[in-house]
Design a protein around this ligand. Sequence first.
Ligand SMILES: Cc1cc2nc3c(=O)[nH]c(=O)nc-3n(C[C@H](O)[C@H](O)[C@H](O)COP(=O)(O)OP(=O)(O)OC[C@H]3O[C@@H](n4cnc5c(N)ncnc54)[C@H](O)[C@@H]3O)c2cc1C
Length: 402
Amino acid sequence: MYLETPKKFRALVDQAHQVARHYLRPISRKYDKAEHAYPKELDLLAALLDGMNAGSPDAVGADSASKRKDTAVEEGVKNGGNLAACLGVMEMCWGDVGLLLGMPRQGLGNAAIAAVANDEQRERFSGIWAAMAITEPGCGSDSAAIRTSATRDGEHYVLNGEKIFVTSGARADAVVVWATLDRNLGRAAIKSFVVEKGTPGMSVTRLEKKLGIKASDTASISFNDCRVPAANLLGNAEIDVQKGFAGVMETFDNTRPLVAAMAVGVAKASLQRTRELLKSAGCRCDYREPPLTASHAEATLYRLEAEWEAARLLTLKAAWMADNRLPNSKEASIAKAKAGRVANEITLKCVELAGVLGYGEDELLEKWARDSKILDIFEGTQQIQLLIIARRLLGKSSSQLK
Ligand SMILES: Cc1cc2nc3c(=O)[nH]c(=O)nc-3n(C[C@H](O)[C@H](O)[C@H](O)COP(=O)(O)OP(=O)(O)OC[C@H]3O[C@@H](n4cnc5c(N)ncnc54)[C@H](O)[C@@H]3O)c2cc1C
């Protein structure tokens, strides 16, 4: 693995950065203030992103992990869709995490489809915007406790249950819903289903008001005898008790590096702006000087920058492993744990380092601190990532180490 941004991705990364700078940043505060208003500017941006991705095997969006199966091995490409997606997402989140999360066709459900759909499904669902619904009122970290049920009825499954905190749940074209085929069979019976917007029996019941990422809608969705075509069950319908949770869990191997990339992006924004503010306040921030002679503010900044670099490299490693079809569950969790944690620390420390400027609304620093918190929560909290890593390192199952 090379540590530089691959040459073939540099143009895409640069384009993503330009989009973030010229389109996301200018509307960042507007949609932070107007929670639940649809950022209509994103329609144009999503079309632009589609254009950037068209015909390119190395796309920058959240769904480009799907390209990995086509490129990584068959053509011997070592840097594929996963790495490109992470690099692109880092730049876009340097612009605005909430807006990136609200970007049409870039939902976490898209990455889920990319991870577990078969070829026919990937083709059929290509171009849709998909949210992902796992969490329920009685089930968060412990996704094995899902109660939403899916009962086979002829050529359909009938879904019943309630999902909460679904990012883009009200705006997306479809929701990838995790439901159990048989509660008695535990994790192995949990499958994911693509439920298209407007399907009778599916309704959005509530929109959340949140601490950050206000540009992104977060919905509760209820399913009452909601009939979904059997062909919308992603992956294998068989309940393989040996394989357990593995089928749906593959989703996280794709999505966790993306969330880590979001954390790296917003943390980079905070560090950059703080460095500018410190410099304008007289700090030298001169890396040629020995750290011992640095002021406390400078030394803190250097330490945060080192943490950021570590998070960035771990994120790229997890994505690179996916591109090369190396099992990356542990590395995806390591990246997510490190990036989520340091992004929280960095963005909040930057508020502190910038003093009153950091706390006020004239700067975006306070917003980035609020926006970054979610990145250490969704797609598995900090504690859950550490638990997964420990299980992998110690060779213990989820029942042996809880
Ligand atoms: C803005 C937002 C957007 C979201 N988007 C989505 C989405 O698109 N789709 C979706 O399905 N969900 C989404 N979620 C839900 C999110 O994934 C959950 O909040 C998260 O998984 C944690 O679940 P919980 O809130 O039920 O907390 P709990 O599981 O109740 O955990 C509470 C606390 O206990 C800790 N904890 C739990 N179990 C353990 C353990 N075994 N060991 C140590 N500590 C433990 C947790 O780390 C956490 O700190 C979103 C949430 C928010 C806030």
